[in-house]
Design a protein around this ligand. Sequence first.
Ligand SMILES: Cc1ccc(Nc2c(-c3ccc(O)cc3)nc3c(C)cccn23)cc1
Length: 109
Amino acid sequence: RKKNNELNFCRKVLQELRKRTHWHYAYPFYEPVDAEALRVPDYYKIITNPMDLSTIGSKLDADQYKNSEGFESDVRQIFKNCYAYNDQKSDVYKMGKMLESVFEKKWSE
Ligand SMILES: Cc1ccc(Nc2c(-c3ccc(O)cc3)nc3c(C)cccn23)cc1
């Protein structure tokens, strides 16, 4: 796909991930983790490549993605971080899995 078609598709996928219908499992991934507020002081010691949906939106708006690969890699980083930091049985881990399945479905459309 031509670059701007690719990036328009990325915008559509990001829109989907931020839809109200997904809010109850997507909200932990909306903004950068606030380690103080969430009382997870070790978060940024463990997660060295933090990523979130608002950062991705800002990068799209600032034309910082060369192509859809860069966008896809940042979205997948959100899930990698979630699975690295949170225990497999935790609610946040399961929320990550739910949002990841929304992403996979939209990405493969
Ligand atoms: C069930 C449950 C338990 C804890 C949390 N923590 C949390 C997280 C979070 C994000 C990423 C991450 O890897 C871990 C935690 N973000 C939030 C927000 C924005 C508001 C309230 C709580 N938050 C959320 C849901």
